[in-house]
Design a binder for this molecule. Structure first.
Ligand code: AMP
Ligand code: ZN
Ligand code: FE
Ligand code: FE
Length: 274
């Protein structure tokens, strides 16, 4: 058995911990392969990889892209060229779209009577400001009793201060990662299709676009889900990966590190062998 983690967030997006704090936790939890996957930014990757090297952890460059879909569809990318201009400019466009959206969300929140400003939420982040930061601000100011309520009442799709943002198509996200020499993986598939019977048609399209892997071991998956996902991954000739989606702080109570079998996961391809 090994402990790895190919999906977690830092203060460069909506995580609570800096890359240095994350590496400390990964080390303490005996994680041996780790990929930082911030939303729409790779600004933390250089520091993260350097710290991993010092801590004798195999570090992997990563990122998480949200795609346009009727529900949640997130594409993780790994081991891409961090200087690829296509990827960097797409990430910048996504960040600009977030900025425009955040301004509108705050206008709506103020119309609802809340005394909140975007700069206050931005102070929680070291880069990309997302809805989790806005939820935290509403909570810190006593407007909601917890982060889930902030999403349910104000921030989730259809809620009072919801604003959509411009998103790439799922196939475009996969293509961007491939064109940057990276490996695209569908994140937390049960968030995309809560009924796993609905997953194969989604995977067919993504596989045709170049999908490489499926996050089979992720937060909230039961042993039978994992079994099904491993089977589905094998049917589609996708590599199974594992990640906690750890954010820290007030998010769901998860820790870094996912236990995996030594022979079921493609470590060699991700980080040049153990
Ligand atoms: P954003 O990147 O601004 O679209 O926010 C998306 C992030 O918010 C996700 O990655 C989750 O971490 C979090 N999130 C989305 N929906 C919810 C929800 N209903 N409850 C709590 N957190 C959520
Ligand atoms: Zn997040
Ligand atoms: Fe995600
Ligand atoms: Fe995530």
């Amino acid at each position: 058995m090994l402990k790895i983690d190919l999906h977690f967030h830092s203060t460069f997006s909506d995580g609570f911990f800096s890359p240095a704090e994350l590496v400390q936790r990964l080390k303490a939890c005996k994680v041996i392969v780790a990929g930082l996957t911030d939303h729409d930014t790779i600004d933390g990757v250089g520091e993260f990889l350097a710290l991993c090297r010092k801590a004798s952890i195999k570090g992997v460059a990563g990122v998480e892209l949200s795609a346009s879909y009727m529900g949640v569809l997130h594409i993780l990318g790994y081991r891409f060229d961090t200087a690829n201009s296509g990827l960097l400019s797409a990430l910048e466009k996504n960040r600009n779209a977030r900025e425009a959206r955040n301004i509108l969300i705050f206008e709506k929140l103020r119309e609802l009577g809340f005394d909140v400003r975007l700069e206050e939420a931005a102070a929680y982040a070291n880069g990309v400001v997302g809805r989790p930061h806005i939820a935290r601000l509403l909570w810190n100011k006593g407007y909601v009793s917890n982060l889930k309520t902030a999403f349910d009442k104000y921030l989730k799709r259809g809620a009072a201060a919801y604003v959509p943002r411009l998103l790439l198509q799922p196939e475009e996200c996969v293509g961007l990662i491939r064109e940057a020499g990276g490996l695209p993986v569908l994140a937390h598939p049960r968030q995309t299709t809560p009924d796993l019977d609905d997953l194969p048609p989604v995977l067919r399209k993504l596989k045709d676009a170049g999908l490489w892997g499926l996050e089979c071991r992720s937060q909230g998956n039961s042993p039978s889900d994992v079994y099904r996902l491993l089977e589905i991954a094998a049917n589609f000739e996708l590599f199974p990966t594992a990640g906690s989606d750890f954010h820290g702080g007030g998010h769901a109570n998860v820790a870094v590190g996912v236990i995996v079998e030594e022979d079921t996961l493609p470590w060699g391809r991700l980080c040049g062998g153990l």
